[in-house]
Design a protein around this ligand. Structure first.
Ligand SMILES: Nc1ncnc2c1ncn2[C@@H]1O[C@H](COP(=O)(O)OP(=O)(O)O)[C@@H](O)[C@H]1O
Ligand SMILES: [Mg+2]
Length: 215
């Protein structure tokens, strides 16, 4: 019995990168993947929501500024995109021994829909447990910036803000508080890295946050 369970358990590590818009997740996820590859770790970088065709199509719905998406529908759309990504890509990769670095995962929904939209972290957690079959990251790196930094970096990226990026300061304040509460509740899984620093310094912090997992 125990042997079966162990054999069915994922062998690659799942690392998720979290934080506010503009915190540097995409930048740091790419840096972390390069570092892991240089150490001989087989690793794939995936982003949420998206990563596979079904999820990319759901993403295009969720981010469309022309649509008015109800908060519960928004939470379920993200969960649906996540369910597809987990089933189609993440689990096969992990069970094949490949590490997966995810640019956002369940904690984003806990913070944005649970905190930001006010649906409640526990309600959103329950939906996501169902969506992921209970898959939890081995480590989560929370890139912490003040909301002002996120705003400035987001603007500097020169892209048109999507539906969620158009929200106000109160929304982002609630997200920040939810992220901090998650990190405080699960210090073993979630490592907070000060991301209000130059990219190379942040990357050193990110690498240090996963160092103990690297063989
Ligand atoms: N540590 C940093 N200092 C200054 N600018 C940064 C830093 N990290 C990322 N950036 C820039 O800020 C913008 C947002 O970064 P990005 O990685 O896309 O954030 P996220 O994926 O969290 O929204 C990009 O233009 C990026 O080049
Ligand atoms: Mg990004």
């Amino acid at each position: 019995m125990i042997v079966d369970i162990v054999a069915a358990m994922p062998r690659g590590r799942l690392i998720t990168i979290e934080g506010l818009d503009g915190a540097g997740k995409t930048t740091q996820a790419a840096g972390l993947v390069r570092e892991l590859e240089s150490r001989g770790v087989a690793v794939r970088l995936l982003r949420e929501p998206g990563g596979v065709e079904v999820s990319e199509r759901i993403r295009s719905l969720v981010v469309d500024p022309a649509l008015s998406v109800a908060p519960r529908a928004e939470a379920l759309l993200y969960a649906a995109a996540r369910a597809q990504l987990v089933e189609e890509e993440v689990l096969p990769l992990l069970s094949g021994g490949t590490w997966v670095v995810l640019d956002r995962f369940v904690d984003s929904s806990l913070a944005y829909q649970g905190g930001g939209r006010g649906l409640g972290v526990e309600a959103v957690r329950a939906v996501n447990e169902f969506a992921t079959g209970g898959l939890a990251p081995d480590r989560t790196v929370l890139l912490r910036v003040g909301p002002a930094t996120g705003r400035v970096r987001q603007a500097g990226r020169g892209e048109v803000p999507d539906r969620l990026e158009r929200e106000d300061e109160a929304f982002f304040g609630a997200i920040e508080r939810a992220y901090d509460a998650i990190a405080a509740a699960q210090p073993e899984r979630v490592r907070v890295v000060d991301a209000d620093r130059p990219p190379a310094e942040v990357l050193a912090g990110v690498i240090a946050a996963v160092e103990d997992l690297v063989p």
